[in-house]
Design a protein around this ligand. Structure first.
Ligand code: ATP
Ligand code: MG
Length: 263
């Protein structure tokens, strides 16, 4: 029951991550993805869900997100209260992938809901309705977060982490990233080579000056601007310097690196 090819979002594997996803799904294991911003986590999940013909529910977690936002709530409808499944409950009932992006941001009560669902019980107790749902066979829980942004208050507890199999993402190797940037932006591969080299140099500045290196997403933006007719210098300023820093010294450091590449 696989979805037809044209509906599958483009994703170029960087390792054996597609195999791991398939094995995890087949064996009903939840999956935890970690990695810096813009390195392909969300795209990977979208690709795999489509490839396996699975419905995908994505929830971007934030510090106000409560368990009820995931499980559901009673809503007033025409004078009556009616239970409305949240995205997690929907996926548990109907099957498919429920993807919780930036899961470390969610409130503490969310982990209470995730625990019985992410171990071998695969159940979702709904306190408000009194139901206990058993997850459909094709249900899979996927969570992701960026370990770089975590503080001690917001890291996942061992009892939560150890309910998942995990996969670390990083920026793709240069050859792979060139192909990704070309495919996503429409810019020819040859012109993507200096961009990826530039990113490598900017990424080396991480820790000294930058909180995060230039993401694959920003490289795609930059290549898109160039493909649309902007000069490489201007495109790099807009897509690779401004989004990375507000600090004048850091920005002039980046400007130097950009000029050394395109100047
Ligand atoms: N392996 C890949 N194959 C295809 N496209 C990719 C790949 N890696 C990154 N991209 C490109 O990079 C962009 C950003 O990726 P994505 O949105 O998946 O990042 P993310 O890891 O989810 O970031 P965040 O943590 O900020 O949500 C995608 O829109 C896509 O254009
Ligand atoms: Mg994402």
């Amino acid at each position: 029951m696989n979805a037809p090819d044209f509906e599958i979002p483009f994703y170029l594997p960087v390792g054996k991550e597609c195999e791991l996803f398939e094995h995890a799904h087949k064996n009903k294991l939840p999956l935890m993805l970690k990695g810096p911003t813009g390195c392909g986590k969300t795209r990977f999940v979208a690709h795999m869900a489509a490839r396996l013909g699975l419905n995908l529910q994505t929830v971007s977690c934030h510090d106000d997100l409560t368990a009820a936002d995931l499980t559901g709530r009673y809503l007033l409808k025409g004078g009556e209260t009616q239970w409305m499944d949240g995205p997690l409950t929907h996926a548990v009932r109907m099957g498919g992938v429920c993807y919780l992006d930036e899961v470390v941001e969610a409130r503490k009560d969310v982990s209470v809901v995730l625990h019985p669902l992410s171990d071998d019980r695969r159940i979702l107790p709904l306190e408000r309705t009194g139901e206990t749902l058993e997850a459909a066979d094709s249900f899979m829980l996927v969570v992701s977060y960026n370990p770089g942004y975590q503080n001690i208050l917001k890291s996942l507890k061992p009892s939560t982490r150890q309910r998942f199999v995990g996969l670390s993402f990083d920026y793709p190797a240069p050859d792979t990233e060139i192909r990704i940037v070309a495919e996503e932006s429409g810019l020819d591969m040859q012109s993507c080579v200096p961009l990826v080299n530039l990113a490598t140099r900017i990424r080396a500045m991480k820790d000294q000056d930058l909180e995060e290196g230039a993401s694959t997403r920003l490289l795609v933006y930059c290549a898109t601007l160039i493909h649309s007719g902007m000069g490489a210098l201007e495109a790099s300023r807009a897509a690779l310097i401004e989004p990375l820093s507000d600090d004048d010294d850091v920005k002039s450091g980046l400007e130097e690196v950009v000029r050394a590449t395109f100047g």
